[in-house]
Design a protein around this ligand. Sequence first.
Ligand code: F6P
Length: 533
Amino acid sequence: MTQSPDTPPLTASKAWQQLARHAEGHRDIDLNGLFRQDPDRAGRYTLETDRLSIDFSRQKVTPETLTLLYQLAEQQRVGQCIHELLSGVKINTTEDRAALHTALRSDNGSLIVDNINVMDGVRAGLSRMAEIVTALHEGRLRGWTGKKFRTVINIGIGGSDLGPRLAAMALHSYCRDDIDVHFVANIDYQDLHASLGSADPETTLFIVASKSFTTLETLTNARSARQWLAEHQCMEPARHFIAVTTNQAAALEFGVDPGNILEFSDWVGGRYSLWSTIGLPVAIAIGMDKFDELLHGARTMDEHIATAPLQENIPATLALIDVWNANFLGAETLAVIPYDHALSLLPDYLSQLLMESNGKNVTRQGQPVDYDTGLIVWGAAGTNGQHAFFQLLHQGTRNIPVEFLVAVNPNVDNADHHEKLVANCIAQGEALMTGKPDNSAEPHRNFPGNRQSTTIMFDRLTPAVLGELLALYEHRTFVQACIWDINAFDQWGVELGKVLAGTIMQEFESGRASGDHDAATYRLIERYLKYRN
Ligand code: F6P
């Protein structure tokens, strides 16, 4: 969406200014008082879909705050942005492409972009994926000695790793037990080594997942995997590799069989690619039917964001509250605490989604921003986090909004454990808000309370729930970007470090620091060269 040149900067705009004035009298607002004034607050500030219930009543918002936030959304034309996202407008302007991850889970017959029906490619990708999954499960795909594959190792990083890795772990109770799926991302050899250690070369299939097929970590690991096969006298390494990429030429050059290359389109952003053929390891782990349920869940959220009015729109409302917390109440981070061990990787996944998408310092028109963008997302599974960093959440000096996620029913049944888990989740939100009355004799025992949180509850972590949840976070990220007027779909900020690493690797090879560095870098290179074995 292009802004007209005479649009005022965001911070000078009417809606932003109104929120800034409103925030003046609001910073010390008493959440407990808001509940006393409005006994129905918890119900009023809970939004629901068939699968998710999102209670944001413990956020520091009043009806007036929400009205002003929705005005900000209108001003920033969030509805129009959503329409452009879903209809394939090239909103990723710096890369001149659409961001069409929603097409990957759409059941529409057609969506024309650049005179092409992108749904044809989506369907072709899914059916090729289904063929591979079925062939693997039925034992028709076999290794070089004719044995069935028992281990699949997905080699990828960032978006080609985190989404599938999260989904496979989250849905572990749906996973087949005749095949082990591993994920290797880090260029640190320990990562690959750990997976190879338990694998049998004759029954191991590697998926090389890389949108660009140029990523240093992924290609280094893929080459080492090929080397490992060679060391085990593998006669036909090509049978042991599937590539998932937009760069067919590079995959062919690596030596992947043309029939083993699964493509996807360049309008799928890496961190939004779980729904594409990048989801192959997930489909292998849980089966194609369950993968379809994951897509279906995401589609439900796509339909919701497209049709729900702003005031009932869950991703939009949560994004606006994020903006309120970040830009008006001084919150710098968002702690995500899933009280569901299967969602332990959610904070990592969300770090990439929110921080790579919205860690931007210029607007879509290339103007520097004079407001904070991009929440710092962090967290860990409950209850583990309680025994680590919750101290700071309860008694520290910082304002850290917390997001709890919890299933009413567990996937792995044990009522005793589960009741304790859920009780702890609910108790933490209560403790953060209500605190404990002052005890001036022992001030170290005081709990100031009045700390905000949101609780997302669902019945059970099914593929559809996971799909809906992840799509909710994707859309929330996008709405934040619309408000901040930034491009959520590029990631130029990762380039410089890659280029510099290339230069340093050349110096490692030549055994000499070139001197074309700052003094600290130079010294570190010298030190490494001096002491390496
Ligand atoms: O370096 C960042 C990044 O480009 C991410 O955006 C992406 O998800 C990751 O690297 C992996 O990229 P690829 O799938 O092309 O290997």
